[in-house]
Every structure is written in structure tokens, then in C-alpha cells.
Design a binder for this molecule. Structure first.
Ligand SMILES: [Zn+2]
Length: 153
């Protein structure tokens, strides 16, 4: 599919360092649309929707906030901590949305994995289906994310 000028402009915007230190695209060689398509397929295979994932992420952030910077136990194997950075960061899509810069860390002792996201990450997933490019410090790997946040026990 041929890219429209708007798509090209948006990709340029996302690749720039204007919005985050290393850029949303990271070192990913794929186009924005390829990243979105491939991650959407992972989510679909897992039988989830972007809305369900974003809702669960928000729920975990809300629980983590209660810890005031300390770890909060969600279950026997899952804990959450929120680092409440002050300040806002704009969504790179041209619709004037700004999100809190705070970071949520989720750790699973069962899977021995940790994942983190910002409030903007949740917005990008929910509204744009965008998990960010490989090599971006804030890429949220959809497969790891699903395994962690929907862990029961
Ligand atoms: Zn947005």
C-alpha cells in the first residue's frame, strides 16, 4: 500500500527524538503500519482486545499508585510499583492528547519477568494499537504483556 503524505509525516514524527529521548520507533526497521499490524495479530491470537489490555493496565497502575512508590502485591506472584514522575508528555498523533509521565512497573515472580509502561503507553495501545518499535525503551512487547498482566495466582 502506498503511504499517504500524512502517514509519511506521522512516521517522521514518530522516528524523531522530539517526543521521547530515543524515539517511539526505537531501532525497528519496520514501518509504523507494519509494527501496528504485527502486534495486532499477536493480540488477536491471544483472544484479547486493545480495550481489555488497556483496561487491565490502567487497573494495575491504579493499584500501584496506592503504594506511593513502593511495591504493591496484586497476587502471590504479581506486584506493581508506580514511579510518579511529574509532568506530561504529548501523544505523537495529531490530536492534542497529553498523558502523565509516570511509569508503572509490573513484576511477575512466577515468570521472573518485569515489564514497564507509561500512561502514554496505555493511551497508545488503547487508541492507536501502537506498542512502539523494537529497541524503543518503552516498547511494550504484547506477548510478554499479556502473559504478565493476565496471570492468575
Ligand atoms: Zn493519541
Amino acid at each position: 500500500m502506498k503511504k499517504s503524505p500524512q502517514q509519511q509525516k506521522l512516521e517522521g514524527l514518530l522516528q524523531s527524538s522530539k517526543f521521547s529521548a530515543c524515539g517511539f520507533m526505537g531501532s525497528d526497521g519496520r514501518s509504523l503500519w507494519e509494527i501496528i499490524d504485527e502486534d495486532a495479530a499477536v493480540i488477536a491470537r491471544a483472544g484479547k482486545t486493545m480495550e481489555e489490555i488497556a483496561a487491565r493496565m490502567k487497573e494495575l497502575t491504579d493499584e500501584g499508585v496506592k503504594g506511593l512508590g513502593d511495591w504493591v502485591e496484586i497476587s502471590k506472584t504479581l506486584k506493581v510499583m508506580v514511579d510518579d514522575n511529574r509532568g506530561m508528555i504529548p501523544c505523537p498523533w495529531p490530536h492534542h492528547v497529553r498523558c502523565l509521565k509516570r511509569i508503572t512497573y509490573v513484576r511477575s515472580t512466577l515468570k521472573e519477568k518485569e515489564i514497564r509502561w507509561s500512561d502514554l503507553s496505555v493511551h497508545l495501545i488503547k487508541e492507536h494499537g501502537f506498542f512502539q518499535g523494537r529497541g524503543s525503551p518503552y516498547r511494550v512487547d504484547p506477548d510478554t504483556l499479556i502473559k504478565l498482566i493476565f496471570t492468575v495466582g
